[in-house]
Design a binder for this molecule. Structure first.
Ligand code: PMP
Ligand code: GLU
Length: 398
């Protein structure tokens, strides 16, 4: 069948693909331990589930405004003011089918052919493909371990051109867990402000997942000038363990938000009405479950970092945020497992899946060779068992 050039140039999401492989092996009865997909293993808190059931009973089962119900926009507005110090009007907020959808829509309405989007690497898997799908050109800027995998203002200035339409800034970062400080953000903001056509797409989906006294700062909150140039992306997937409910949102300049809502009205229509009511309860209700989840994740992070550092040749930073670790594993390259030579992170990830039954994602999926990403959104027993399998695999490398 002849598909469009657009479709031909597109690859499926590698994180979701790895998760699908792990699930398929489990269906065959293979006991796979998964550190692959980034989703909390906690259940959606009970009061949120109850709100969804109540929404169905109350008949909230019909189309809603394409960009979201006013009640949800109102609680998002309150959250952005209370937590981030950001004042928006409801027409500066759009609710989408997950943060992924909000990002997709933003690139669709912002980019013309040849427009550039700066993406620091390692980057979350979907940014570059979404930019390409919108006809834009991803400009990948590799960061280095010595800056904690953070883009510097000097690097940014070197890559800004008159065609740059956006910088994607993901803090806390998937896959490295990097968290930008206020000072680092201010330096990036200054560089962007010197380019009138450049926006910042601030993906803050891991906002509450910061550890060891680190603080999440929204770059939009630094000044009115930078707020006018920022599209804040967030959602309920991670912080309320609601990945399957598919609610994300964007806040930013009114014209941009309107265009995103119009695109939605022609494509998906509204995000699920019931999920929107559940998200109202999530944002309005007790935030205690979030704190409990973050505390559990911090313990798990320390456990997994310790286990990975015990592998000969492996180095691993302690990530200050998100729920991923990103160990350097190139010590394994060129070695053999049985009669198989491991040449890169993709081959290492596949060998770990097939031989050790541990699912994780190769660094190459995030535009960064030599590393692996492990999501530690798994319980401590699974983490211990998974680390043991990885250690046995490592010992067998020759
Ligand atoms: N941004 C980042 C950095 C992510 O890791 C994810 C993962 N799901 C998303 C956006 C999308 O989240 P969702 O669509 O579930 O809201
Ligand atoms: N963002 C998560 C991850 O990186 C979920 C999968 C996806 O949306 O790609 O694993």
């Amino acid at each position: 069948m002849r598909l469009s050039q657009r479709a031909a140039s597109m690859a499926p999401s590698p994180t979701l693909a790895m998760d699908a492989k792990a699930k398929a092996m489990r269906r065959q009865g293979i006991d796979v331990i998964s550190f692959s997909v980034g989703e909390p293993d906690f259940d959606t808190p009970a009061h949120i589930r109850a709100a969804a059931a109540a929404a169905m009973e109350q008949g909230h089962t019909r189309y809603t405004p394409a960009g979201g119900i006013p009640e949800l926009k109102e609680v998002i507005q309150e959250k952005l003011a209370r937590v981030n110090g950001l004042e928006y009007t409801p027409d500066q907020i759009v609710v989408s089918v997950g943060a992924k959808h909000a990002l997709y829509n933003a690139f669709q309405v912002l980019l013309d052919p040849g427009d550039e989007v700066i993406i620091p690497a390692p980057y979350w898997v979907s940014y570059a493909d979404q930019v390409r799908l919108a006809g834009g050109e991803p400009v990948i800027v590799p960061t280095t371990e010595d800056t904690g995998f953070k883009l510097t203002a000097a690097q940014l200035r070197d890559h800004l051109t008159p065609r740059t339409r956006a910088l994607v800034l993901n803090s806390p970062c998937n896959p490295t867990g990097a968290v930008y400080s206020r000072t680092e953000l201010a330096a990036l903001a200054e560089a962007v402000l010197a380019h009138p056509d450049c926006l910042i797409i601030a993906d803050e989906i891991y906002e509450p997942f910061v550890y060891d006294g680190n603080e999440h700062v929204s770059i939009a909150s630094l000044s009115p000038e930078i707020k006018a140039r920022t599209l804040v992306i967030n959602g309920v997937s991670k912080m309320y363990a609601m990945t399957g409910w598919r609610i994300g949102y964007a806040a930013g300049p009114k014209e941009l938000i309107q265009a995103m809502a119009d695109l939605q009205s022609q494509s998906t229509s509204n995000p699920t009405s019931i999920s929107q009511w559940a998200a109202v309860a999530a944002l309005r209700g007790s935030q205690e479950p979030v704190g409990e989840m973050v505390a559990a994740f911090r313990k798990r992070r320390d456990l997994i970092v310790e286990g990975l550092r015990a592998l000969p040749g492996v180095t691993c930073q302690v990530p200050p945020g998100a729920f991923y670790v990103f160990p350097r594993v190139d010590a394994a390259f060129g070695k053999r497992y049985g009669d198989q030579v491991i040449n890169n992170s993709q081959e290492l990830a596949m060998a770990l899946l097939n031989e050790a039954h541990v699912a994780l994602v190769p660094g190459s999926a995030f535009g960064y060779e030599g590393y692996l990403r492990l999501s530690y959104a798994a319980n401590e027993n699974q983490i211990r068992a998974g680390l043991e399998r990885i250690a046995n695999f490592w010992r067998a490398l020759a």
